[in-house]
Design a protein around this ligand. Structure first.
Ligand SMILES: NC(=O)c1ccc[n+]([C@@H]2O[C@H](COP(=O)([O-])OP(=O)(O)OC[C@H]3O[C@@H](n4cnc5c(N)ncnc54)[C@H](O)[C@@H]3O)[C@@H](O)[C@H]2O)c1
Ligand SMILES: O=C(O)C[C@H](O)C(=O)O
Length: 328
């Protein structure tokens, strides 16, 4: 029997991530090959003609799972009864900027959209914030939606997770798919802490295999942390296909589960590992039955604690910087 369609809102639908994302959602890559979808696309008024062009292309793909498309510049319409909301629409940084430099330009978008989700989305909505600075924007949206469970709101660290997987695979000469139990802690920024201390490949310790703390501190962490800037430098534009791919991975795992495997999600802290409650922080999680759960009880050594403190402090500063948007 055919499943009822799930409603998926995507903001910034005319943008470059949107162009990589929408076709994959409509193809069933995110919610399953047996899951019909209705896309509810939001962008600003001047971008609506471009959204219509993308929708013409979606039609021309004749995706069997695509049951309908809504195009709008009104957040209330975009989020009406949605099961999943991908908040991508926001300005990207250009060369020389850090992601937090976007707070002023982008923060306000997320108060409006958080409120619109609060008033219109399904109570079980799964929200992923991609627009930068993603963790703090997700915090703003969550704080603007007091009637929704805070755990409805997540932010994207999956791109950092996937980047870290690739670097570890290259260093060890082993396939990406063989790596388990990798984690990325903290903010989606160069301060994030990609941690392979618990990672295994075919049951063997990755840390022992690499056995090179100098490489960890001076090559691996800067490479993963600054990868976004390296892509902007090389492409002249920020990452788009890999960002869309990470968004698909994040939501797919949240909805369909990880079978006990660890993934990284930015989620509101429950106080674990000393991270203040509701801080949107990258944690190792497992997902089952549509819910995520933090991997608890991991030992945090001195080097890791130092890195976690740095990324947490940055998030606290960002939070301080958006207080005025939240009337605090
Ligand atoms: N978290 C991550 O890992 C990650 C990775 C890559 C990019 N990003 C971020 O994602 C965002 C989008 O990147 P992009 O390359 O697609 O940018 P883009 O400029 O190509 O597209 C952004 C789109 O958002 C739209 N938009 C602007 N304000 C809006 C609003 N209030 N409501 C709805 N739509 C709005 C624009 O009109 C545009 O169509 C940027 O902030 C970028 O930094 C995050
Ligand atoms: O780095 C950026 O500004 C874009 C994105 O967050 C990335 O990590 O590629």
């Amino acid at each position: 029997m055919t499943k009822p369609a799930m409603r998926v809102a995507v903001t910034g639908a005319a943008g470059q991530i949107g162009y990589s994302l929408l076709f994959r959602i409509a193809n069933g890559d995110m919610l399953g090959k047996d899951q019909p979808v209705i896309l509810q696309l939001l962008d600003i008024t001047p971008a609506l003609p471009a959204v219509k062009g993308v929708v013409m292309e979606l039609e021309d793909c004749a995706f069997p799972l695509l049951q309908g498309v809504v195009i709008t510049d009104d957040p209330a319409t975009a989020f009406k009864d949605v099961d999943v909301a991908l908040l991508v629409g926001a300005r990207p940084r250009s060369k020389g900027m850090e992601r937090k430099d976007l707070l002023e330009a982008n923060g306000a978008i997320f108060t409006v959209q958080g409120k619109a989700l609060n008033d219109n989305a399904k109570r079980s909505v799964k929200v992923l914030v991609v627009g930068n600075p993603a963790n703090t924007n997700a915090y703003i949206a969550q704080q603007s939606a007091p009637d929704l469970d805070p755990n409805c709101f997540t932010s994207m660290l999956r791109l950092d997770h996937n980047r870290a997987l690739s670097q570890v695979a290259a260093k060890t000469g082993k396939p990406v798919a063989s790596i388990e139990k990798l984690a990325v802690w903290g903010n989606h920024s160069p301060t994030m802490y990609a941690d392979y201390r618990f990672a295994t490949i075919d049951g063997a310790s990755v840390k022992d295999m690499i056995n090179d703390q100098e490489w960890n501190a001076n090559t691996f962490l800067p490479t993963v942390g600054k990868r976004g800037a390296a892509i902007i430098e090389a492409r002249g534009l920020s990452s788009a296909a890999s960002a869309a791919n990470a968004a698909i991975d994040h939501v797919r795992d949240w909805v369909l589960g990880t079978n006990g495997k660890w993934v990284t999600m930015g989620i509101p802290s429950d106080g674990s590992y000393g991270i203040p409650e509701k801080t949107q922080f990258g944690f190792p999680v497992t997902c089952a039955n549509g819910k995520f759960e933090i991997v608890k009880g991991l030992e945090i050594d001195a080097f890791s604690q130092e890195r976690i403190n740095i990324t947490l402090n940055e998030l606290m500063e960002e939070r301080e910087g958006v207080k005025h948007l939240l009337g605090k």
